[in-house]
Ligand binder design. Structure first.
Ligand code: HEM
Ligand code: HEM
Length: 216
């Protein structure tokens, strides 16, 4: 029988699904506001209302998740912001690994590899930027000076462009890259095969075997 290892616990998987759906809704309703030619779709402001509802869910979900899953949140943040020698190894090996499928060049990786750390970092930093600039546009539309509002729109738009591009990369690497495992199994059941864990996250797999790992 195929041996499996748990990579993401149920609450983490639920948070990921909530963020996946709300982010896509925010992206599409944001696109309607961003591209003037799509203005017809923004008539009667229904896209603005959907944008605000999705934004509220996007923000409330982690506020519920974090206190209930404090240990794994702390571990995730610590991992994403701690860089060491193995990250240099990953950066050097990444072009040959991802473009030419040369698996031998990649040094053993922990639970999160450097690319995943960069995505986590981006999600946290730009998530905060979205919330601050979005909240000012939402709640201080009449109170804030016009120049401040213009800056908020500008920064919100930059965050939209950067995270939009990086999301395509995240989806490509997570789902379509030939070296990756079954995205469905990871996202829905939180599981990967033991061979996949050994090949892609050897350092983490060692902890799993010793029963020492903290689950995300
Ligand atoms: C998470 C918290 C967020 C909040 C509170 C928020 C809030 C807002 C608000 C209030 C507006 C102005 C809408 C209007 O003109 O009436 C807006 C515009 C916009 N939002 Fe968000 N948003 C959030 C996240 C996002 C995300 C994740 C994306 C895309 C990935 C996004 C993309 C956009 C875009 C492109 C615009 C149009 C700006 C323009 O007029 O050029 N927003 N947002
Ligand atoms: C259609 C959209 C998405 C797909 C298909 C997708 C897919 C995946 C998959 C397969 C993984 C597991 C990777 C692994 O552990 O090997 C993952 C992890 C993760 N996802 Fe997503 N995701 C999507 C959207 C999002 C969004 C919108 C966010 C944030 C707002 C997000 C944040 C994360 C984070 C922080 C991780 C853990 C770090 C990493 O593995 O990169 N994902 N995603």
């Amino acid at each position: 029988m195929r041996q499996e290892v748990e990579r993401y616990r149920k609450p983490t998987r639920i948070l990921h699904w909530v963020h996946l759906v709300t982010f896509c809704v925010l992206f599409l309703t944001g696109l309607v506001l961003f591209i003037p030619q799509l203005g017809i779709l923004a008539q009667d402001s229904w896209t603005r209302v959907i944008h605000r509802i999705a934004a509220a869910i996007f923000v409330i979900a982690p506020l519920i998740y974090i206190p209930m899953n404090w240990k794994s949140t702390k571990r995730g943040i610590k991992e994403a912001f701690t860089w060491g020698a193995e990250d240099i190894g990953w950066l050097q090996a990444a072009p040959r690994y991802y473009f030419f499928g040369d698996e031998k060049v990649m040094p053993p990786q922990p639970h999160m590899n450097t690319g995943q750390k960069m995505w986590w970092f981006l999600v946290i930093v730009f998530g905060i930027i979205f919330v601050i600039t979005g909240a000012i546009m939402w709640f201080a539309k009449t109170a804030a000076p016009a120049a401040v509002l213009q800056w908020m729109v500008f920064v919100h738009d930059i965050a939209f462009i950067v995270t939009g591009c990086m999301l395509f990369l995240h989806i490509y690497l997570g789902v379509f890259h030939p070296l990756m495992g079954s995205a469905w199994d990871i996202m829905v059941r939180g599981k990967v095969s033991a061979e996949y864990a050994k090949a892609h996250h050897a350092k983490w797999y060692e902890e799993v075997v010793k029963g020492k790992e903290v689950k995300s």
